[in-house]
Ligand binder design. Sequence first.
Ligand code: SF4
Length: 146
Amino acid sequence: MSEDRKITEQRRRFLKLVGGGAVLMPIMGLSACSGGEDKAPAAAAPKADAKPAMDAPKMTEKAAPTKPSGMPQISEDDVQAKSFNYVHDAASIDAAKQPRFKAGQACSNCALYQGKAGDEWAGCSIFPGKAVKGTGWCTVYAARPS
Ligand code: SF4
């Protein structure tokens, strides 16, 4: 074997070794990273007594009382309630000032009331997400068909 041929053969072997290593290194590196999960320090796991990263948002407004249905009661001061002249007690309405009101009308016998007979509070299609009082009334009242 000539000297040149010997050198060429050595180069091939070297490149074969280095080339194979170049392929194996990233794989070994990945396996070292992914295989390290069981060796991860215990501090990486969340501690039971650890504080959350952020404090829970604080309520700045006083929440309206919530009914068992989960809906908050509408307030007579609610902007939407005022726009429909909603009141909790239909008996308090002055018929002279509110000509649309007729004696006996109340949320509990309105077609838009979503409660059953006897429910003190229930939803109303006019005030989504809020409960109106069965004894209440507003100018949208529509008699429930009998
Ligand atoms: Fe009551 Fe009917 Fe007015 Fe709703 S629409 S608030 S149920 S009167």
